[in-house]
Design a protein around this ligand. Sequence first.
Ligand SMILES: Cc1ncc(COP(=O)(O)O)c(C=O)c1O
Length: 356
Amino acid sequence: MNDSIDWNNLGFQYMKTDYNVRCYYRDGKWGEIEISSSDQISLHMASTCLHYGQEAFEGLKAFRGKDGKIRVFRMDENAKRLQKTSEGIMMAKLPIEKFCEAVKKVVKLNERFVPPYESGCSLYIRPLLIGCSPRVGVGPSTEYLFLIFVTPCGPYFKDGFKATPVCVIRQFDRAAPLGTGTYKVGGNYAASLVAGDLGHTMGYSAVLYLDAKQKKYIDECGPANFFGIKGNTYVTPKSSSILPSITNKSLQQLAKDMGMQVEQRPILEEELAEFSEAGECGTAAVVSPISKVDDYDLIDPNKEHPFVPGDFKCNKTYEYCKDGKPGPVCTAFYNKLRAIQYGDEPDTHGWVTVID
Ligand SMILES: Cc1ncc(COP(=O)(O)O)c(C=O)c1O
């Protein structure tokens, strides 16, 4: 264990650890996994990742249990999603086994940075895949670099599990219906920076995006998927522009385990009024209950970007957690998911890999 880290005050910032792992794709094949202690990479200035956005990443976590063991959550799902993303932007596909081998290696090498159980912290694992051969005309790279770094991160709920407000801002889209929204590419995140910043300035934890074409259906919530609870049913959007969240997939299974129905289908914004609970889910957000959704539009429809908060008026509000507390289903999901991740409860679905 690393004694110089104040585990109780960890946020979500980059912290240098001992090692990262790297693997190159050259001459049509993947090489061996290399270990590096430098956190710098050397790139050709004409690399396709820099010019044409041939860049993809993933995010997953390792947790230290009460028993001292380190568990990684559903890494094979991240490996599969990276392959889908690679297909989506014409990058070389990393074999699933290579991805998992690299995750295990980088976690083991940085074992002393996996936070203690009691801290409620975890080790964030960030795989990255970039096109790195030089190219001036638009087209895919012939060479790729896959790397993984890790960094310890604090709990999402520093002041305890609680609900937060989100907002709809109709002047922004995150991804086009037939675009790259289902892939984890950097460009989607660049596209969400302005809206996210505006939303935070207006006092919201995230922006809830509507579908870009009709502005009628719920898409997703910043870097997290959306779900609502209606009676005994877990409802989550079906959309061609959202990232298929591994946490969402896990919650759908947990909902079934709890005897709930699961519906993945388009959700009209108006249906927000019919949910007893709503939440965001993702590797970072875990299960994050939503206290209310405020829907904003411009006061002056002719106003153009750059926007400031005073340009908007809230037309509609959907409220949850009226007693100020997270609802029972969100709370049950949160507790169950974390218990599996930290090894407090049996891993009945084979989601966890113990790092020996
Ligand atoms: C846009 C977006 N949606 C949803 C998620 C949640 O996905 P996961 O549960 O796999 O972390 C993330 C984070 O990875 C994300 O960036």
